[in-house]
Ligand binder design. Structure first.
Ligand SMILES: C[S@@+](CC[C@H](N)C(=O)[O-])C[C@H]1O[C@@H](n2cnc3c(N)ncnc32)[C@H](O)[C@@H]1O
Length: 247
């Protein structure tokens, strides 16, 4: 019989860390953008704090926004443990209201593409613009060239984590066209310390976007495209384009 998790182990948090937490190819770019910001940094879709905690540790005044209170609670616990002050806000990236005090609104790791479509992105541009100091910047990382695959083409290496003897193995099994976006499908294998296995399926949809299309959308909200940065692909992660806009 499967044993319960040890106190403090939240599978939802561990899956997030396993699937997102080890991505590092973009970190130097966020360091650079935050260093150039004339004001606090807002990390939108901060999750458990991969970027937010790093920037806070570098001395930035950091606010972490996510719609998922469980992930933000994990971020807060890690911030406390590291003696970092990070403000957290549970809110939807498509409709948030924060004081106009940020020098950088950062949206790492395709979070902007998790918003279903142009209406929700319009809500994000308007919310970000309201929160931005004059001359501040919004930077959003997006993937524009996701290649479809399924199991017939062979599977990529899974993401794996081990916590208190439990193995969390997240296997990407397909990327398929889904309307005007792409659906990324995973099978999550959870292996208990006693060897018992359970499986669950997980999927997220990324809306199709282009840097030029995003620049046009953002311009309608007073954000001017400033530069386009590139994060190279790695063995485990697709590359990303980072659209940088000035308010
Ligand atoms: C791919 S993860 C990125 C996490 C973190 N930014 C990183 O780079 O490691 C996407 C995050 O966006 C959050 N998210 C998705 N849709 C959201 C929305 N509409 N509003 C706020 N957060 C959202 C998820 O809860 C998740 O934490």
């Amino acid at each position: 019989m499967t044993a319960p998790f040890a106190a403090g182990v939240r599978p939802h948090v561990v899956w997030h860390d396993v699937e997102c937490g080890r991505y590092a190819a973009d970190l130097e770019l966020w360091d650079e953008l935050a260093a150039g910001a004339a004001g606090p940094v807002l990390d939108v879709g901060a999750g458990t704090g991969r970027v937010a905690l790093r920037l806070a540790a570098r001395g930035h005044d950091l606010t972490a926004l996510d719609r998922d209170p469980v992930l933000l609670a994990a971020l807060e616990a890690r911030a406390r443990a590291a003696n970092l002050g990070v403000e957290t806000v549970v809110a939807d990236a498509a409709a948030f209201a924060l004081p106009r005090r940020f020098g950088l609104v950062a949206v790492p790791m395709q979070t902007l593409q998790l918003l279903p479509g142009p209406a929700e992105r319009a809500g994000f541009w308007a919310s970000a613009r309201r929160a931005l100091l004059p001359g501040g910047r919004v930077a959003a990382a997006v993937s524009v060239d996701l290649q479809a695959f399924d199991a017939t083409a062979g599977l990529p290496v899974p993401d794996v984590g081990v916590v208190e003897g439990w193995r969390f193995v997240s296997q990407p099994v397909a990327i398929r066209p889904d309307g005007d976006g792409m659906r990324i499908e995973r099978v999550r294998h959870l292996i208990a310390p006693d060897g018992e296995r359970t499986l669950e399926e997980d999927a997220v949809r990324l809306a199709a976007v282009t840097p030029a299309g995003l620049a046009e959308e953002a311009a309608a909200h007073g954000l001017e495209a400033q530069e386009l940065r590139h994060v190279p692909e790695t063995d485990e992660h697709v590359g990303a384009e980072v659209v940088v806009l000035r308010g």
